[in-house]
Design a protein around this ligand. Structure first.
Ligand code: ADP
Ligand code: MG
Length: 672
């Protein structure tokens, strides 16, 4: 079967499902087959109701006793309660936010229920188990996928199953048999099938190993290409003390020593014909933008163009505004392109860029990839914020010259990994905060102190402060313990007054988000409630309080990043970590230090490498399977294999090179 066929060929996928799948980036059969589970769950041991014990995972087959009962509790949250019985006894189950279950099931239905048990009040119950009619077919290890609204795990599993059966083992293995034999790698169709429908733990491990191996080998080949693409054909961007002094005179502050050091490292790099490939790491608020602007300034002085890419539109706008202010008294032309740039404006801007009239281009990754034609691109800067970026800059399609590249990241990465991804001399660290900043005072706040905190907030608002409130993303399966942003928003409206509070959420259009952000920056209101997806990177100097709801749900590094959003001015800033229980040891370190590297080490120690940097968080968005920390050993092994292959097995290397180039080439800026 041709895997480039649309997912519509799968039984059960009509236009509606196809549209949902497209939200997950799934369009073709290949996309679907390579849509990797984020986790697996074991359906619990099958028992009689009598044998259920608290805090275990079990499956039962039982009859529904009485009709399900649907209740609305707190804002927007629904509870559906079921009673089940078998010959040995009765048990209840509670489902949060799945009101439709009441319509789907009735008294007397035979069902298969699987999930975790706990004691609530005095009774044993299942909380948010999975439920299906009948005796239950799917048992054992079940894949759990990242989903989008309207698509359930169950449906996704069914789709995967039929996709696997219609595709009939038609993935072509990129590895020849002898290669697979040499490194003990299973056949690709076997692996893809077992990733989705694992027969057991061992098979799953075999499948994972092969797919991770493949991914890391290609990744390493892409890295090798980057290294070998150092054709010494980058433009020499020369600076001197006059240029440096001009730049310094545009700043309203004195550089920190760390900024100074990094700026001379960058200036040194870009003056050479070897393309710079530098990672600049520094905590949130350490002032990474300044060295980046300096590089852009030097570039413009050398009559070359530079581009800065930000992960979100809000951040792109912030950089743009900042650049306009910084370069106000120069002849440098700056343009911004984002998702909300109108077609007409865009056409005009693109013409200016292609014609060489624009010196600096700022925009979002999404908009700039692939689509912008530069006249003389000399420098590419990527702001990764909360990721640690290893974008494959080698993949730039350039006709004559290679631009220099600089990546800014606020996520500290373990040194061993940084050294694999970058050369020792290619890492710059800003390990010093601008002076005069008071460290953010951090407190863990239990529910019993919530109303005291609101009193405090009221006083702070009255004295002109602004407040961020961040809530975790609520998934359907979440229990009552989690406060949704809507809920928090409504409560704050009641306590602090409606006109003082606004809500920003993921489902809003970019323009709506921008309007709210602009208003917040303008101090049109005082409290902004949002989920983390939105804005980890915004600069609102007047914001001095960060409240994080259900802080126990966040990783330490993430909390630290969020906290970095406040305390940018001279005024004392506070961070309140809201928790049901105040004895959460893990969060303690945040109350004791503001050092991001320390906190991330602690995170690594506490959570283990597995969760510390999932490929999502790490920003290596192109890695679906591998986790660079957890799979560090395999990363190293495949690196050696790639090296050896480059010399020993040219035909295979050439073939894999092409695949790697496509797979990891997510930045294709064309250069004249
Ligand atoms: P980052 O991108 O590393 O999080 P930014 O570059 O956005 O940090 O800088 C954070 C804030 O600190 C900005 O408002 C910036 O103007 C200010 N800033 C940067 N460097 C200095 C400095 N040396 N002295 C004082 N303020 C600075
Ligand atoms: Mg920044």
């Amino acid at each position: 079967m041709n895997l480039e066929l649309s997912v519509n060929v799968v039984k059960g996928v009509g236009d509606k499902k196809a549209k949902l799948l497209s939200k997950l980036g799934i369009y073709t059969m290949r996309d679907l087959l390579y849509y990797m589970p984020r986790d697996y769950e074991l359906t619990g041991q099958r028992v009689s109701i009598r044998d259920l014990k608290p805090d275990g995972a079990y499956s039962i087959t039982a009859l529904i006793k009485g009709n399900p009962n649907l209740r609305r509790v707190r804002n927007g949250v629904t509870l559906t309660t079921f009673s089940f019985s078998d010959e040995t006894g009765n048990v209840e189950a509670v489902f949060f936010n799945q009101p439709y279950l009441k319509r789907m099931y009735k008294n007397g239905d035979k069902v298969f229920v699987s999930g975790k048990t706990k004691i609530v009040g005095r009774k044993l119950q299942f909380t948010n188990p999975s439920i299906e009619k009948g005796n239950g077919g799917n048992e054992g290890l079940l894949a759990v996928y990242p989903l989008t609204g309207g698509l359930s795990q169950k449906v996704m599993r069914i789709l995967m199953k039929s996709a696997l059966s219609v595709s009939k083992r038609s993935i072509i293995d990129i590895f020849p048999n002898d290669f697979r034999a040499k490194y003990t790698l299973a056949e690709v169709n076997y692996c893809v099938s077992n990733i989705h429908l694992p027969a057991d733990d061992d098979t799953l491990a075999i499948a994972k190993h092969r797919l991770i191996f493949e991914e890391l080998l290609l990744f390493n080949i892409a890295l090798l290409l980057r290294e070998s693409s150092g054709k010494n054909n980058a433009p020499k961007l020369i600076s001197d003390s006059a240029i440096q002094n001009e730049f310094l005179s545009m700043l309203s502050f004195k550089l920190t020593n760390a900024q100074h050091k990094v700026m001379s490292e960058i200036a040194g790099d870009i003056s050479k014909a070897r393309p710079m490939n530098r990672l600049m790491q520094g905590d949130v608020g350490s002032g990474k933008t300044t060295p980046a602007f300096y590089a852009m300034y030097i570039c413009a002085k050398n009559k070359m163009q530079s581009v800065m890419m930000a992960p979100t539109e809000v951040l792109a706008k912030q950089h743009y505004k900042n650049a306009i202010e910084t370069f106000a008294n120069t002849s440098i032309n700056i343009e911004i392109i984002t998702g909300s740039t109108t077609a007409a404006a865009r056409k005009h801007i693109l013409a200016n860029i292609a014609g060489g009239l624009t010196d600096i281009v700022i925009g979002t990754h999404a908009v700039l990839y692939d689509k912008v034609q530069f006249a003389t691109l000399g420098l590419i800067i990527t702001d990764e914020q909360h990721r640690f970026g290893v974008n494959q800059r080698a993949m730039l399609k350039s006709k004559s010259t290679s631009p220099h590249t600089l990546i800014m990241s606020a996520t500290p990465i373990p040194r061993s990994l940084a050294l694999i991804l970058y050369g020792k001399t290619d890492i710059s660290i800003i390990d010093e905060m601008p002076p005069g900043r008071l460290p953010v005072k951090t407190f863990i706040v239990g529910e019993n102190k919530r109303s005291d905190m609101y009193d405090f907030l009221q006083k702070e608002i009255d004295s002109g402060s602004q407040i961020f409130v961040v809530c975790p993303l609520v998934e359907q399966s979440d229990s009552l313990d989690v406060r949704s942003s809507q809920e928090v928003f409504e409560e704050l409206c009641k306590c602090l007054g409606e006109k003082n509070v606004a809500l920003l959420h993921g489902r809003m259009k970019p323009t709506e988000k921008n309007t709210i952000m602009d208003k917040f920056k303008n101090h049109d209101f005082s409290v902004l409630v949002s989920t983390t997806v939105i804005e980890v990177g915004v600069d609102v100097p007047n914001a001095t309080i960060m409240i994080i709801e259900n802080a126990e749900r966040f990783g330490l590094a993430q909390l630290h990043q969020l906290r970095g959003r406040v305390g940018r001015g001279a005024k004392r800033a506070y961070c309140f970590l809201m928790c049901e229980r105040t004895d959460i040891e893990r969060l303690d370190i945040l109350t004791k230090t503001n050092d991001g590297f320390k906190i991330s080490e602690e995170d690594l120690r506490l959570r283990g490498p597995g969760q510390f940097l999932g490929s999502k968080q790490s920003g290596i968005s192109d890695l679906y399977m591998a986790n660079l920390i957890k799979d560090m050993k395999l990363l190293k092994t495949t690196r050696t294999i790639a090296y050896v292959m480059a010399n020993d097995n040219a035909p295979l290397y050439t073939k894999l090179k092409q695949i790697a180039e496509k797979r990891f080439a997510f930045e294709k800026i064309t250069i004249n």
